[in-house]
Design a protein around this ligand. Structure first.
Ligand code: FA5
Length: 340
């Protein structure tokens, strides 16, 4: 009797599994026949009314039917799942090789780009790249560079003074002092870095800006060497003819000293706020290293000489990219930065 009911349930359930048109309909069939309160569960509850000798055979049959229905159900379910996945893949096509959407890659700051180019150029010419601290001693920033306490040249660079004989370096020249002591002669070094001056900000002046110091010490270094390296530097950066002028310049740490100016590339010469309407931009002061500076670093000026320069890196970047106001460079404005 119970076997008969079992066979009937089995064939009805099989037919229902085959007939289920959707995954939801199939699930309803599963609940109806195989669920906790389904038909098979109802039959197994009746087992307790069977005679002991019948229990084993009916129990076995019940299990067989249950296993077989579960298998049919799984096969049909897998078919529905696959069809659903195929349908999804057909509409939701994903190209995994595309860059992820929503990310905005950063870019290298124009000052860093130009700095790296100059470093590569000078490294190829045998120069070492040195780093120095932004908080310097008064001695390295001034005294060792032949600018004693009462020297009027101290007023040329408005200084942010700190306590204990320290200051924010006003130029990269103190790295000359460190470089001479570290490397000893002969030497070729450059030192890019951030410098600070307590001065009014305008289109071409920042309180915080970048310079790039350069120095070569050897026997028989002359102005011809200095001019060669300055020309190589400008040709490497601008990759085209630029008009420059060399005029005498006063810096206590060089003798003779020069100012190398570049014709303003923002206005092309007639004058604008960047060149203070002069047509020229101060870019590359330089000169032959003063004997006192060599002596202060323990180098014999009778044996060695050298040249040094202090490139205004931020101004060079302005000229290179025709940036008409120095304040853009530290503004952090993404509309500006995204162009590089
Ligand atoms: C000096 O700082 C010297 N140490 C340079 C030097 C080194 C001369 C070695 C000789 C030998 P100066 O104060 O002129 O010099 O500054 C150098 C360059 O920094 C200037 O030509 C200019 O391009 C840039 N500069 C100066 N002040 C500012 C400023 N406030 N904002 C942006 N750039 C500046």
């Amino acid at each position: 009797m119970i076997e008969e009911s079992l066979q009937q349930i089995a064939s009805k359930a099989q037919a229902a599994i085959s007939a289920a048109a959707t995954s939801d309909a199939l699930e309803a069939v599963r609940v109806e026949y195989l669920g906790r309160n389904g038909s098979l569960a109802g039959l197994s509850k009746e087992m307790k009314n069977l005679k002991p000798e019948e229990k084993a055979s009916v129990g076995k049959l019940l299990n067989q039917v249950k296993n077989s229905l579960e298998q049919d159900f799984d096969v049909r379910k897998a078919a529905f799942d696959k069809a659903a996945l195929d349908a999804r893949l057909a509409t939701e096509w994903v190209d995994l090789t595309l860059p992820a959407s929503g990310t905005r890659p950063g870019s290298i700051h124009p000052c860093t780009q130009v700095q790296q180019e100059i470093e590569d150029l000078f490294v190829s010419l045998g120069f070492t790249v040195l780093d120095g601290p932004e908080v310097e001693t008064e001695n390295n920033n001034f005294d060792a560079l032949n600018i004693p306490t009462d020297h009027p040249a101290r007023d040329m660079q408005d200084t942010f003074w700190l306590t204990g004989g320290h200051l924010l370096r006003t130029h990269t020249s103190p790295v000359q002092v460190r470089g001479m002591k570290k490397l000893g002669p002969p030497l070729r070094m450059i030192a890019p870095g951030r410098v600070f001056r307590n001065e009014e900000v305008d289109a071409s002046h920042e309180h915080t800006f970048y310079q790039l110091e350069g120095m070569m010490i050897d026997r028989n270094v002359s102005i011809a060497n200095l001019i060669y390296f300055m020309k190589t530097l400008l040709a490497g950066i601008f990759k085209r003819e630029v008009t420059v002028r060399l005029r005498p310049g006063y810096f206590p740490f060089v003798e003779p000293g020069f100012e190398l100016d570049i014709q303003c590339l923002i206005c092309g010469g007639p004058g604008c706020p960047v060149c203070k309407h002069s047509g020229w931009v101060e870019l590359l002061p330089c000169g032959l290293v003063h004997p006192n500076v060599l002596r202060n670093a323990g180098i014999d000026p009778e044996e060695y000489g050298g040249f040094a320069f202090g490139l205004g890196l931020t101004r060079l970047v302005m000229m290179r990219y025709a940036i008409d106001d120095i304040r853009w460079l530290q503004s952090g404005d993404l509309r500006f930065l995204k162009q590089f």
